[in-house]
Design a protein around this ligand. Structure first.
Ligand code: PLP
Length: 354
């Protein structure tokens, strides 16, 4: 049977041990400094966290040159995405995101009674003109993940600026940068610069991906003070744990771990995409990715569903997303060298080219 997504799953259908390449986690683990900070927090388990998470917000502000008062902490960036919908959209309002966008946008919209509006993509990439064409008088929020999940595609700075310029000032543009740290420095989409000055831009970031702290659920957002204040009004008071915050602060300080992870990812993502390219005769192609995963599209005899089942049988859990209308592709996280070579060998074998 095809299993629905089970967080933390690390066994195959028949209970065997599996390599988990389905949630875009860091295959290199977590910074040792973050682990140590987390462990040390065990001495204060009886205490509530400071409801305003000041140390975490100040560490983030210092690292990125921001105003700490305008940083909001979240239980994962998922919470910040939900807070945006809760604060700025309601019954009958419209919320726009791209086809093959991050699944939380639709959930966040429906949760507040808003209408999800899906903009067409351009061969899996974000199409600014298509998004702008979806705007109506009822539009309240536009969510864009950059790089996007599950496609991995990146919209450059000029495109994001053009999108922002084309939106009314009463529409909140949410730039979800969960994978921003995987970009080359030259590829900054300008989101934080926009959020510093524009009144209607919210940038979200996470500690779940490059920092390897997915289990602790720490994310943040940056926007105009009024936007942040509206989200704080509906936020749960103790939404981030002490251990998670301390681990996150230590993770921010470990620039070497982040750089090492970025280099590892860039190297094996390029290798993986290249190897998929050699299976073009079997109808496989890799959508160009700037993130820590690659969307492999199956347009030949081997279908994505067959490949999903075959990889599962071989001990590799990857993401198949028919529920998001993406039955033709598999999203595969870049793992360790061994995992990446292994999943590639399994795909080659499934394509009859092993
Ligand atoms: N945004 C995007 C585009 C993601 O892919 C994810 C996680 O997969 C998130 C946000 C949420 O991450 P978290 O809630 O762990 O910060």
């Amino acid at each position: 049977a095809i299993h629905p997504y089970v967080p933390g799953r690390s066994t195959t259908d028949d209970g065997g041990k599996a390599v988990k390449l389905s949630s875009n986690e860091n295959p290199l683990g977590t910074s040792p400094a973050a682990r140590a900070a987390y462990a040390a927090a065990a001495t204060v388990l009886e205490r509530y966290p400071d409801a305003g998470a000041p140390e975490l917000r100040e560490a983030i502000a210092a690292r990125f040159g921001l105003d700490a008062a305008r940083v909001i902490q979240g239980n994962g960036s998922d919470e910040v995405l939900h807070l945006a919908a809760g604060a700025f959209a309601g019954q009958g309002d419209e919320v726009i995101f791209v086809r093959y966008g991050f699944a939380v946008y639709e959930i966040a919209a429906r949760r507040v009674g808003a209408v999800p509006v899906v903009a067409p993509d351009r061969d899996y990439a974000t199409d600014v003109d298509a998004i702008l064409a979806c705007v109506t008088d009822r539009t309240r929020i536009v969510y864009v993940a950059n790089p996007n999940n599950p496609t991995g595609t990146f919209a450059p700075r000029e495109e994001i600026a053009r999108l922002h310029a084309g939106l009314r000032p009463d529409i909140l543009l949410v730039l979800d940068q969960a994978y921003a740290e995987y970009l080359d420095a030259a590829d900054d989409d300008g989101g934080l610069d926009l959020a510093k000055t524009a009144a209607n831009v919210l940038v979200t970031r996470t500690f779940s991906k490059i920092h390897g702290l997915a289990s602790e659920r720490i994310g943040w957002g940056y926007a105009h003070a009024d936007v942040i204040a509206a989200m704080h009004r509906i936020r749960l008071p103790f939404n981030v744990t002490i251990g998670g915050q301390r681990a996150a602060i230590a993770a921010l300080g470990d620039r070497d771990f982040v750089a090492h992870t970025r280099e590892h990812n860039a190297r094996w993502r390029a290798w993986f995409a290249d190897e998929i390219g050699k299976l073009g005769n079997a109808g496989m192609r890799a959508v160009p990715s700037e993130a820590n995963f690659v969307l492999v599209v199956f347009e030949g005899a081997l279908t994505a569903e067959e490949a999903y089942k075959g990889l599962m049988a071989a001990g590799y859990i990857v993401r198949w997303l028919p529920g998001q209308g993406l039955s033709q592709g598999l999203r595969i996280t870049i793992g360790t060298e061994e995992e990446t070579r292994g999943v590639m060998a399994a795909l080659r074998a499934l394509a009859g080219q092993g």
